[in-house]
Design a protein around this ligand. Structure first.
Ligand SMILES: Cc1cc2nc3c(=O)[nH]c(=O)nc-3n(C[C@H](O)[C@H](O)[C@H](O)COP(=O)(O)OP(=O)(O)OC[C@H]3O[C@@H](n4cnc5c(N)ncnc54)[C@H](O)[C@@H]3O)c2cc1C
Length: 460
């Protein structure tokens, strides 16, 4: 194992873990300071997760929602990007241990003066990791591509299937979790089914069943009830059947079993199940908590001080989906797992580094809540912006503008605008490619290459 000797003599070495929303913002702001930044991510791209469901439903290509980190920092000479997985942090000696994610690279240690950790979160299958096999999730590009293949392969298999029961199962799609991601996903599957009408000869794709299973009593639990009700009605108009007050208790290749509050259970034969239920903090949160003796909450988030520093380690900041904040009264306050939280925190820690260089005292982080948005389908969305409750077309346009604003890369914005305009006007869905293998057992469709191989950056 070697030690990377970093940076320009005399300049503080800042290591940023994670090129997601929080880490990227921190690194972009730090690039303007007299510091040497090393940005470490196990992916060589920044992923715009809010649009992952559009890749999963063939509306966008992977390359339109992911942007290479190295390209973002091409002109920032004081920022170095490392493609590696952080496996451990030595808080005492101020070293980050990294393992290669490509065969040719070696394990390394990266020294730091200041560490910023923004490792994000991952989907939590409620302790049933085996469900992962049967229900893909949207947190990664691979997951989104696997879902895309699975949905499209289901329609293809239905064209070949003569048994009505099996065809019904192939044309049944279950989305678990009715938060924004689940709602968006269910709405988009319903729209695919409509868009594909006329493409098949042996069945009407518009008759596909799309179920949205939720343990609570409404969709979009973080929104005001009136907007939840509007969203549920829009989903139903699209052909989605919301199922409330139902917990998933089993999930396998045949479908999903749910349980109601009164204990009754129901099995739904479904070819495609998409997981959009609860998240757990990234493993990195546990690593930091263990070494610093910091608290972890039920979702595995590490408790940080009000200025986002790790308890007992003013040189370590943690932020985004993997943290919960310690209030002055000692209680813990989890902020919503949203991109604006991570973005604001990323900027805050960069400012904190600048303050420290200038000898100014630390400031607590304050979240400026800009509201909540969720889209349901073409020209349908709900928005709760500082008490202003919008729905329908106006909310949808707000959603489009906000997402384009935050999307990284001018080229991506332009391509996404063109695709959205085309899809809106022509009901086109340009990226209907089956590229992976996860469908073989259930559909009989031949296995191909692994998900993602064929599309890679996916731009056409
Ligand atoms: C499907 C989906 C849809 C969403 N939609 C919305 C939305 O519409 N609006 C909204 O505001 N929020 C949305 N979110 C939430 C939002 O994406 C997150 O809150 C945000 O990404 C959190 O930022 P972060 O920096 O904490 O983590 P992330 O953006 O997830 O970034 C974490 C980064 O750390 C890297 N990483 C993790 N561990 C390691 C390690 N050990 N070594 C190296 N690298 C590591 C990962 O590869 C990743 O690049 C959505 C999330 C998902 C999954």
């Amino acid at each position: 194992m070697s030690t990377l000797s970093d940076g320009t003599a005399g300049r503080p070495r800042v290591v940023v873990i994670g090129g997601g929303f929080g880490g990227l913002q921190a690194a972009l702001q730090l690039a303007k300071l007299p510091v040497d930044v090393t940005l470490i991510d196990r992916r060589n791209f920044h992923l715009f997760q809010p649009l992952a469901y559009q890749v999963a439903t063939g509306a966008l290509s992977p390359g339109e929602i992911a942007y290479p980190l190295r390209r973002i920092f091409r002109r920032r000479r004081n920022v170095r990007v490392l493609l590696a997985e952080v496996t451990d942090v030595d808080l005492e000696n101020r070293l980050v241990h990294v393992e290669p994610v490509i065969d040719e690279a070696r394990a390394e240690t990266v020294p730091y003066d200041i560490l910023i950790a923004s490792g994000g979160s991952e989907y939590n299958y409620f302790g049933h990791d085996e469900w992962r096999e049967a229900a893909a999730e949207l947190k990664t590009l691979e997951g989104a591509l696997a879902i895309r293949s699975e949905i499209l392969a289901a329609f293809e298999a239905a064209e070949l299937e003569e048994d009505p029961e099996r065809r019904r199962s192939l044309l049944t799609f279950v989305v678990v979790g009715a938060g924004p991601t689940g709602v968006e996903m269910a709405g988009q599957i319903a729209e695919i089914a409509r868009d594909l009408r006329g493409d098949f000869r042996t069945f009407d794709s518009g008759r596909a069943r799309i179920m949205l299973v939720e343990a609570a009593d409404r969709v979009l639990g973080a929104f005001p009830p009136s907007l939840s009700a509007k969203a549920a009605r829009s989903l139903e108009d699209l052909g989605v059947t919301p199922q409330f007050d139902r917990m998933v208790i089993d999930l396998d290749a045949t479908g999903v079993t749910t349980q109601a509050h009164d204990g009754t259970t129901e099995h739904t034969d479904a070819h495609t199940v998409v997981w959009a239920a609860g998240v757990m903090a990234a493993r990195l949160a546990g690593v930091l908590a263990r070494h610093a003796g910091a608290e972890l909450d039920r979702s595995g988030r590490v408790a940080v001080n009000a200025d986002l520093t790790l308890p007992g380690h003013p040189e370590v900041f943690a932020l985004g989906d993997m943290v919960t904040l310690r209030r002055p009264d000692g209680s813990l306050a989890a902020l919503p797992g949203l991109a604006p939280v991570a973005i604001q925190q990323g900027r805050h820690v960069a400012r904190a580094v600048a303050d420290r260089l200038a000898g100014h005292p630390p400031r607590p982080f304050r979240y400026h809540d800009k509201g909540n948005l969720a889209t349901i389908g073409r020209a349908k969305a709900v928005a709760d912006v500082r008490g202003l409750r919008l729905s329908g077309f106006v909310a949808w346009v707000t959603w489009l503008v906000v997402h384009l604003w935050y999307l990284i890369g001018f080229e991506n914005r332009l391509l996404v605008v063109i695709r959205w305009a085309w899809s809106f006007l022509a009901h086109g869905r340009g990226v209907r490619l089956i590229t992976g293998e996860p469908t073989g057992e259930r559909t009989g469709v031949p296995r191909g290459e692994r998900a993602g191989d064929a599309t890679g950056s996916g731009r056409r």
